[in-house]
Design a protein around this ligand. Structure first.
Ligand SMILES: O=C(CO)COP(=O)(O)O
Length: 248
């Protein structure tokens, strides 16, 4: 049985005080449930929110990580800094980072390796553009992204990785992939993992869907056999919506 994982990606939203306030209201959501609940918050809020989450079962994640431990990388945040705060997860390769901040499959792979080396679980994002979906090249694109992201990752390390399929055209647009289409791509990703590793790993790796997940569609998405969770932007910012999401 794969443990469901619902992760909020706050993106560039909520100041430190707003974030702490919000977490006060949702920090019980990881109790008495089989669902793993995660909030991925801006770097500047991580430390305060970690303190607020003391004793809570809600996990904490960053939205990025640098592959080097230190050095001349102005504006970047290293795995050592994140490890000292005590985060559980790092989102890696989000399409917004790929689109606006020149993230590549190569940097994604380096960041995945660095995270694993520092005991931070990567949430690795992949997904196609609308054009690629319409051209029927979506699977090809996702296969390249997954294969490159996992280059040099051992079988053992795979148990610490979460994958997230986020079709770019469904992010923040209100358009969701149909739950069947999302499941089909996620099953395809599972096959890629099986080809590269083995059946056991492909059956245990957790794969989330992301893109306009809301209380109205979360149940249908989570009922799909290959979908193990959701990576949620907009709806994770509101207490009532986030509460409904984790109780899908
Ligand atoms: O990018 C996403 C999560 O990482 C999805 O964002 P939305 O839920 O706002 O569409």
């Amino acid at each position: 049985m794969r443990k469901p994982i619902i992760a909020g990606n706050w993106k560039m939203n909520k100041t430190i005080s707003e974030g702490v306030d919000f977490v006060k209201q949702i920090k019980h959501l990881g109790d008495n449930t089989d669902v793993e609940v995660v909030v991925c918050v801006p770097f500047v809020s991580l430390e305060s929110i970690k303190k607020e989450l003391k004793g809570s079962n809600v996990k904490l994640g960053s939205q990025n990580i640098h592959w080097e431990e230190n050095g001349a990388y102005t504006g970047e945040i290293s795995p050592l800094m994140l490890k000292e705060i005590g985060i559980d997860y790092a989102i890696i390769g989000h399409s917004e980072r790929r689109q606006y901040f020149a993230e590549t499959d190569e940097t994604v792979n380096k960041k995945v390796k660095t995270s694993l080396d520092h005991g931070i679980n990567p949430i690795v994002c992949v997904g196609e553009t609308l054009e690629e979906r319409e051209n029927n090249t979506a699977k090809e694109k996702v296969k390249v992204q997954i294969t490159k992201a996992l280059e040099g990752i051992s079988e053992k390390e795979m148990s610490d990785i979460v994958l997230a399929y986020e079709p770019i055209w469904a992010i923040g647009t209100g358009k969701t992939a149909s739950s069947e289409d999302a499941n089909e791509m996620i099953a395809f990703i599972r096959d890629i993992v099986k080809e590269k590793y083995d059946e056991e790993i492909s059956e245990t790796v957790r794969i989330q869907y992301g893109g306009s997940v809301k209380p109205q569609n979360v149940t249908e998405i989570m009922n799909q056999p290959d979908i193990d969770g959701a990576l949620v932007g907009g709806a994770s910012l509101k207490k009532d919506d986030f509460t409904e999401l984790v109780r899908f």
